[in-house]
Design a protein around this ligand. Structure first.
Ligand code: CA2
Length: 144
């Protein structure tokens, strides 16, 4: 069975607690539950993780080189700042699907640039929690 890493960055553990008008009312746990159910239907195994630590995300992307067939990544605010994450993605050599709950291009200027996009196979942004489901569909297609 093919394995997809679903990696989540800083503050995504706070989903559902604040800013529901931007990120929706669901929690990251709700997203994980829906993603696991959809992955099962697609015949994919998922490894779902969240961290607030940039270096931990870098380590997980490195781990994906040998343990995952595709990566779904919502790097949170590190999307807009982290060359370390970009370098790790460039070394990863697996399909990478960048996900954002909000449409980052409709928001503040500092959110409109993504270092992740420079290494991503594709981007899903603005569909809320459903973006993770769309990303799994894309991953299933990409890993065959
Ligand atoms: O839209 C997205 O998914 C983001 O990656 C979410 C990040 C943000 O920094 C990116 O620009 C876009 C923020 C993660 C969640 O932050 C929260 C902060 C307070 C309360 C709830 C969530």
């Amino acid at each position: 069975m093919k394995t997809v890493f679903i990696l989540n960055g800083p503050n995504l553990n706070l989903l559902g607690l604040r800013e529901p008008e931007i990120y929706g009312a669901g929690t990251l746990g709700d997203i994980e539950t829906a993603a696991r159910a959809h992955a099962k239907d697609l015949g994919l195994a998922v490894d779902f993780r969240q961290t607030n630590v940039e270096g931990e995300l870098v380590g997980w992307i490195q781990e994906a080189r040998t343990k995952a067939d595709a990566v779904i990544l919502n790097a949170g605010a590190y999307t807009h700042t982290s060359i370390a994450i970009l370098d790790a993605l460039r070394a990863c050599d697996k399909p990478v699907i960048e996900v954002h709950l909000s449409n980052i291009f409709r928001r503040e200027d500092y959110r409109k640039h993504s270092f992740v996009s420079e290494a991503a196979t594709g981007i899903i942004s603005g569909f809320g929690a459903h973006g993770y489901i769309l990303a799994l569909d894309a991953a299933a297609k990409l890993v065959g």
